[in-house]
Design a protein around this ligand. Structure first.
Ligand code: ZN
Length: 64
């Protein structure tokens, strides 16, 4: 699985944003996935979320 993301350093976010993985409020710098534009507070959360997604796909494949 390829990771594609950008590190954003935005001290004045124009809207409230929270991490997709841990649901923490995001302030200052954060990580945004290219393509989906979804925000995560750091690489750890991003990797965890991708891992969870991959596991869910495997489960669906195994069930069908
Ligand atoms: Zn997070």
């Amino acid at each position: 699985m390829r990771f594609a993301f950008v590190l954003v350093n935005d001290r004045t976010p124009f809207r409230k944003t929270w991490c997709l993985q841990c649901c923490e409020d995001i302030r200052g710098s954060y990580l945004r996935e290219i393509g989906t534009q979804l925000p995560y507070c750091d690489y750890e959360c991003y990797a965890l979320f991708r891992e969870t997604l991959a596991e869910q796909k495997d489960r669906v494949r195994a069930a069908s």
